[in-house]
Design a protein around this ligand. Structure first.
Ligand code: NAD
Length: 499
């Protein structure tokens, strides 16, 4: 059986903790590999080696650092099929979706090619007599990233590309459920010319995460995952004096106005609700039609679309719409929540609970489920299901729909479908959610904008990728210098002013 270790100083090494986790193929339910779970001492050692390598890397000019990413991008394209296949075999998503996972990360690497420009400082000539003032962005030193299972290529790249381009060394702690692609990415970075020690992949669970949180050398830490863990990491990391940004869970609402093109809205809902088996932080999990007539027409259009969804393994060909969920525990949890929704009185219009994939009876498949008449007090509304389950909450007015999304504790993404520009503009201005789509169901910003939610979907004040990422992984230093030195104005005991 394949044993996945850690990636330290340019090569894969075996774990020494004696602890491992099993890696499943979600389509078959079989264990296909094990991954080492690092101890505190293994994590601390990786950090020490990273720290030793970092100074030289930070003194390499930013253009040369960017060139490593340029080569890395080429290698990602050259290895796309292998990356996607490996990703799908551990995650379960379809091959086209796995390629999208790689590409959305690659686009951030492309953005980071602008590092020389993004790291430029400011200069004020003659700020005082013989005085010049300039500020520059310097790397933090050693930064770390803790990432979730659902985007094992994209999110690690969102973290390490800007951090490394800015001159940091980086410790990546990927999800223990699908660690192979992060390991491949680290190998490709070395092949692209990255010096050893600048990108260390330490596999593990809570023990290695706690070691990251308590390691005094790690100055900045980015996390993506569920909200309870995000809250824990944010508070422990901050109290240890680190710069921390944590991106958490979501419950994304799509508001469908009476004037919307309902064919378009229904297509958007099935793609955004069931793609990747609903395991996306930007998945739409709540449909909010405005008006009973809109709701009736929408449900009528959704039912045949949801029933027609093709579920299968990633090897099932191009017409598979969604694969299994990631683990048996996730499958059982989702099915349990669907049962609870039925018991709570929601109307299950499409019931995927009995779905069996022929030839893959032990796979972690969940059939697509569609609920109508969900109310905000129900568990299926309150919890992030993270599965192929779409809940419909009927509302009687635009204000009621807006308030529903506004009152939800999460604030990652949302969308409105309408032909009314006034409503769309009002929605975009008033909604307390970080990423908004107007007739766009999954409004994931592109690499040169920033990605981040509000409320319980994000903790910390800077977003991922875009210009914020270079701000997060650097510190500003401002230098005030006086040349020539010959100016003699004696001792001054007041705060310096330019008066
Ligand atoms: P998770 O919170 O279970 O795990 C995320 C990371 O935290 C993993 O690396 C894991 O090893 C680690 N971890 C898990 N339990 C821990 C603990 N008790 N102490 C310390 N570390 C721990 O999340 P997941 O199931 O891998 O991913 C799905 C979640 O991620 C969903 O909630 C989804 O919405 C969220 N997500 C959010 C975004 C975003 O940008 N907001 C993007 C993708 C996924």
């Amino acid at each position: 059986m394949k044993e996945i270790g850690h990636f330290i100083n340019g090569k894969e090494v075996k774990g020494t903790s004696g602890r491992t986790a099993e890696i499943f193929n979600p389509a078959t339910g079989e264990v296909q590999a094990t991954v080492a779970l690092a101890s505190k001492s293994e994590l601390d050692r990786a950090v020490t080696l990273a720290e030793e390598a970092q100074f030289k890397w930070a003194s390499t000019n930013p253009q040369r650092r960017a060139r490593v990413l340029m080569k890395f991008i080429e290698l990602l394209h050259a290895n796309m099929d292998k990356l996607a296949e490996t990703l799908s075999s551990e995650h379960g998503k379809t091959i086209p979706d796995a390629k999208g996972d790689v590409i959305r990360g690659l686009e951030v690497a492309e953005f980071c090619l602008g590092a020389p420009h993004l790291l430029k400082g400011d200069f004020t000539d003659s700020a005082g007599p013989g005085i010049d003032m300039y500020s520059m962005r310097q790397p933090i030193g050693v930064a770390a990233g803790i990432t979730p299972f659902n985007f094992p290529a994209m999110i690690p790249m969102w973290k390490f590309c800007p951090a490394i381009a800015a001159g940091n060394a980086f410790i990546l702690k990927p999800s223990e459920r699908d660690p192979s692609v992060p390991m491949m990415l680290a190998k490709l970075m070395i092949e692209a010319g990255l010096p050893e020690g600048i990108l260390q992949v330490v596999n593990g669970d809570k023990e290695s995460v706690d070691a990251i949180l308590d390691n005094p050398t790690i100055g900045a830490l980015g996390f993506v995952g569920s909200t309870p863990i995000a809250e824990y990491i944010y508070s422990r990391g901050c109290s240890n004096g680190k710069r921390v940004q944590c991106f958490g869970g979501a419950k994304n609402h799509m508001i469908i106005m009476p004037d919307a093109d309902l064919e378009q809205a229904a297509d958007a809902l099935v793609g955004a609700g069931y793609g990747a088996a609903g395991e996306r932080c930007m998945a739409i999990s709540v449909a909010v039609p405005v008006g009973q007539e809109t709701a009736d027409r929408l449900i009528e259009k959704l039912i045949p679309r949801v029933e027609a969804l093709k579920i299968g393994p990633f090897t099932g060909g191009d017409d598979v719409d969604l694969g299994p969920v990631v683990t048996k525990a996730a499958q059982q949890r989702i099915l349990g929540l669907v049962d609870q929704g039925v018991n709570d009185g929601a109307k299950l219009k499409v019931d995927g609970r009995g779905f069996q994939m022929q030839g893959y009876e032990n796979g972690f498949f969940v059939g697509a489920c569609l609920f109508d008449n969900v109310t905000p007090d129900m568990e299926i509304y309150k919890q992030e299901i993270f599965g192929p389950v779409l809940s419909t909450v009927r509302t009687n007015s635009y204000e009621e729909a807006l308030n529903l999304a506004m009152s939800n504790e999460y604030g990652n993404g949302t969308s409105i479908f309408t032909r009314d520009g006034d409503a769309a503009r009002d929605f975009a201005n008033r909604i307390n959610i970080g990423m908004v789509g107007i007739n766009v169901p999954i409004p994931v910003p592109l690499a040169y904008h920033t990605f981040g939610g509000w409320k319980k979907s994000a903790f910390g004040d800077l977003n991922q990728h875009g210009p914020d990422s270079f701000r997060f992984y650097t510190r500003t230093k401002t230098i005030t210098s006086r040349w020539p030195t010959g100016i003699k104005d004696g001792a001054n005991f007041s705060i310096p002013t330019m008066e």
